[in-house]
Design a protein around this ligand. Sequence first.
Ligand SMILES: C=CC1=C(C)c2cc3[nH]c(cc4nc(cc5[nH]c(cc1n2)c(C)c5CCC(=O)O)C(CCC(=O)O)=C4C)c(C)c3C=C
Ligand SMILES: [Fe+2]
Length: 429
Amino acid sequence: MEKNSQNNTDSSLRRISRRNVLKAAGIGGAGMLLGASGIGSFLTSTGNSMTKDETDNNFIPFYGKHQSGIITDMQDHIYFVSLEVTAESRQDLIKLFKDWTNAAAALTEGKGVGEASGKSYLPPKDTGEAAGLSPSNLTITFGVGPGLFVKDGRDRFGLQRKRPKELKDLPLFPLDSLDEKWTGGDICIQACADDLQVAFHAVRNLVRIARGKAVIHWAQTGFQRTKQADLKKETPRNLFGFKDGTVNPDLHNQKELNEQVWVQPEDGTSWLAGGSYMVVRRIQMYIEVWDRSSLRDQEATFGRLRESGAPLGQKHEFDKADYQKKDENSEPVIPMNSHMRLAHGKGQNQILRRSYSYTDGMDPDTGSLDAGLLFICFQRNPDKQFIPMQERLAKQDKLNEYTVHKGSALFACLPGTHKGGYIGETLFS
Ligand SMILES: C=CC1=C(C)c2cc3[nH]c(cc4nc(cc5[nH]c(cc1n2)c(C)c5CCC(=O)O)C(CCC(=O)O)=C4C)c(C)c3C=C
Ligand SMILES: [Fe+2]
């Protein structure tokens, strides 16, 4: 569970009026028409990354240069779904993305999908369970998996030549214990909101729209502490009790985001420029085993103190880790096999972590709680970011004693769109 709301201090952004926010929802080209006004310039520079604290009506625009739900401040809940496409024609697939775009734009504004027909002899277009609820900072993010481009040797939609070389099944890492039921998918929908019913409603209606064209392959809900419960707005803690999400790219540093998160025009896949690669791993955490290990062992596992979240050898959570520091026995203060040290590597390539905890009843194999992390990260290039990082972790991470990777998927999250356009337009044009 990773926090990504650092340095969110521009008070002018917090004073955006409801009228301006709604205006922003309807404008073309990510707010560019608003020109030099505060909100216009913000949207122009960062796409639709307006964060929940920056609006006064918990609404995050769907339209923008980038899809929302990537550099958006994390909401309290996620409903993630991976779909298999059953449509056979390119036209049907394009129609699906157009219908989804219109529905997603309405849903994020707190509206239902489709017009109410008022005809009692027909099923209502919208399923109704979010009627009267606020938008709850709902974001809906669409991604496409390798199977959309070619599956079982078939180029179903004439997309094979458009597949970026990075968009392929992730390699099997040492210790992976992947289950097909939580792995892969042709398309993903990530719905995040501060209310689970709002997120569920979004997914349910989008899946309903896809009837006859796509079916659910796997789904996973996730949570973190609610903002209501955390008055001090600290970094959320994962199910091992540690602050999780301290080190992440700065969401307000455009240069850093272009280097680490957004696919760039020069990366060789023009239709994906402005999008981002999303890695999803369903990681089970052996919480009972963890609960029997000593505090010292737990802290050595992550390389951080549990209480403050400070790196070992430092006092405060955001102090810089000193990887050279030795203890009185000349041993590294931050152990060589600690999670933080291995994830950090040489510090050149980062990922944007946006993970949520999950619980899913009991693991029938062990009789213990099935709980863990729906690990999600975004990046410009998985070959240079997630994959080498996970190779290091899978080989040596002390955390592996307490976790197992059960699910895995890679998606290319499409660039954003403007009103009148549709998500996926660049891929199909
Ligand atoms: C391959 C990428 C990563 C996986 C998989 C992963 C799993 C995982 N992580 C935690 C808990 C923590 N992770 C922390 C730091 C951290 N983790 C990754 C990457 C992966 N984690 C990175 C890049 C970093 C930051 C490294 C750095 O440069 O400092 C931390 C420390 C606090 C923090 O910065 O967030 C915790 C705690 C769990 C529980 C988990 C799998 C279940
Ligand atoms: Fe981690």
